[in-house]
Design a protein around this ligand. Sequence first.
Ligand code: GDP
Ligand code: MG
Length: 167
Amino acid sequence: RCGYVAIVGRPNVGKSTLLNRILGQKLSITSRKPQTTRHRIHGIKTEGDVQAIYVDTPGMHLGAEKAINRYMNRAASSSLADVDVIVFIVDRLRWTEEDEMVLEKLKHTKAPVILVVNKVDRLDEKAQLIPWLDELSRKMDFAHIVPIAARNGHNVDRLERLVNSYL
Ligand code: GDP
Ligand code: MG
């Protein structure tokens, strides 16, 4: 079995960190600064008889006035066509207008969407509850909701098993 996996989310939620964690190698740039990923990058993870082809999308941006933003929006949208499963990453600490924009794009796709709530290691910084999560799951039907910490790998193996089940 073999299929395509799109990783989407606004800048800084941890897309590159997750991809590097899954693929076990530094394929894309991670940085504290948003918008460092300029290109779509493919990586293939083989697990038994399943091959998952991962697509790291550039961030989606509110301002489409700059050429680079238009390019990045186009690249992000095209990466959603014809994938078998979409991983929508959000940061547990912050739901923003940019997340909302990504969500709107996902409503028009046909692939199942797995909602990944990243950075659950940062429990010290704010209350354990994620106030917007209930409302978010009412706005869209997610195939699964998976809390992870991409940086230390917490629950990433479970996410990979769920992803592979759609390939
Ligand atoms: P991207 O813009 O979505 O590709 O996000 P990056 O992968 O570049 O990550 C943005 C920032 O969040 C970096 O400073 C990462 O180290 C940090 N980050 C990513 N995953 C986690 C996580 O699980 N926990 C914490 N605390 N930080 C994370
Ligand atoms: Mg990135």
